[in-house]
Design a protein around this ligand. Structure first.
Ligand code: HEM
Length: 235
């Protein structure tokens, strides 16, 4: 089976699978074939947000795991960091997610890293979005001095805290990816970014709405799919 992990946006990018393996093996030993890998991932996403100081919400459960993979869909449907605002809006709309969901969910970039290979070119050649010059210079220095696979935080201020600094950075033109910068670039997303920058409650509320909607996209339930024993492969 051609794996979705090997789709272009995911290749050499996704990490942390050993954490899911560990959770799965502990669950299988106490409660065999009951909790799907899909539910584990959904809960782990919520728990990661909580652990880093962000919002908390109830996760609906009962997802089942796929018997197949669709590498083509992963290649075509995952948004690119080079997308413009209109393309981001339509990529999310294609999955039933609103523009508000898209702007709120992008706030997940308040944590985590990106590889120089992903953002470096756009820092040099992006003429359509504004970028703070000293921020750009420090990114370039970090990438060119770094060893292979150097990374930079998506939120340059508080990369391990789930807060609203991501949006404040966007308003200071310190967005790492083009797809981040287009959210505050004299366009229709500016107002929502400025609201989230100063209102964590509004950001958390809209983020939760988006996460619940995203966690319900194309879910398998009932007798569809299976409960995987090993999250890395079908049974
Ligand atoms: C709006 C469209 C989005 C685009 C274009 C996008 C793109 C990216 C890219 C290119 C990276 C860095 C990958 C690498 O360098 O290997 C990244 C990292 C990340 N993204 Fe997004 N993303 C988007 C939306 C989201 C959403 C909706 C979430 C979750 C709700 C999310 C959560 C994350 C996290 C947590 C990381 C850091 C991962 C790590 O440190 O390992 N992103 N994203």
């Amino acid at each position: 089976m051609s794996s979705e992990k090997d789709a272009a946006p995911n290749m050499n990018s996704l990490r942390g699978f050993e954490v899911i393996d560990d959770i799965k093996s502990q669950l299988e030993s106490v409660c065999p074939q009951t909790v799907s890998c899909s539910d584990i991932l959904t809960i782990a996403a919520r728990d990661s947000v909580v652990a880093l100081g962000g919002a908390n919400w109830t996760v609906f459960l009962g997802r089942r795991d796929s018997l197949t993979a669709n590498q083509n869909a992963a290649n075509s449907d995952l948004p690119s960091p080079d997308f413009d605002l209109s393309t981001l809006i339509s990529a999310f709309a294609n999955k039933g997610l609103s523009t508000t969901d898209m702007i709120a969910l992008s706030g997940a970039h308040t944590i985590g890293l990106s590889r120089c290979s992903v953002f470096q070119n756009s820092i040099i050649s992006d003429t359509s979005t504004k970028i703070d010059s000293s921020f750009a210079a420090s990114l370039q220095a970090n990438c060119s001095n770094g060893v292979n696979n150097s990374t930079a935080p998506l939120d340059t201020t508080t990369p391990t805290v789930f807060d609203t600094k991501y949006y404040q950075n966007l308003m200071e033109y310190k967005g790492l990816l083009h797809s981040d910068r287009v959210l505050y670039n004299n366009g229709s997303a500016d107002l929502q970014v400025s609201i989230y920058a100063q209102n964590p409650y509004q950001f958390f509320t809209d983020f939760i709405t988006g996460m619940i909607k995203m966690g319900n996209i194309s879910v398998l339930t009932g007798s569809d799919g299976e409960i995987r024993i090993n999250c890395r492969k079908t049974n």
